[in-house]
Design a protein around this ligand. Structure first.
Ligand SMILES: [Zn+2]
Length: 170
């Protein structure tokens, strides 16, 4: 089935009935993030309760199925397929934002380090970077990028701290 031939409502129904997953949407050439935003977050779930920072260009939020406590994503509001498509201004802005958030994550979660990756792949995707804390009880190295995912547990205090620190100047 070519998902691109379906109407938005038909596709939304398939997602709601769990007949279609993120992977199927990516494979069909539809941007999963833009689809999610235009359809009440049916694909990834609402991120409002996990949002740390938002401006005209970006949103930073705690990931719903984190690989570590404090696992965060920074996503552009505008659609870009991957990092090769972004303009230099967006590139500069997102890395400055990632730096700021990385420092704040280290402070807030007392992690030893924070790893950064971007790996938007497949026929269609939506540019974002991921920040994954690495804790003192964990070994250093690339295995930290593929730590098992777990269910997000809200820590109100840390969330408020992140929001407060991100709202401050440079
Ligand atoms: Zn998109």
């Amino acid at each position: 089935m070519n998902l691109k031939e379906l109407s938005n409502e038909e596709l939304k129904k398939l997602v709601l009935n769990k007949k279609v997953e993120v992977k199927d949407i990516v494979d069909s050439g539809i941007c999963p993030t833009c689809f999610d935003r235009e359809n009440d977050h049916v694909l990834y779930g609402d991120t409002k309760d996990k949002m740390i920072y938002e401006d005209d260009y970006f949103e930073c939020f705690l990931v719903g199925n984190p690989r570590a406590e404090g696992h965060t994503a920074i996503s552009t509001k505008k659609h870009f397929k991957d990092m090769t498509e972004i303009d230099n201004e967006t590139c500069t802005k997102i890395y400055l934002l990632a730096k700021k958030l990385m420092i704040i994550l280290k402070e807030t979660y007392k992690s030893e380090s924070v790893y950064l990756c971007t790996m938007c792949d497949g026929p269609m995707n939506h540019f974002h970077v991921q920040l994954i804390p690495r804790y003192s009880f964990e070994n250093r190295g690339s295995k930290n990028f593929v730590k098992p995912r777990s269910e997000y547990k809200e820590d109100k205090e840390k969330l408020e701290e992140l929001r407060r620190k991100m709202s401050l100047g440079e």
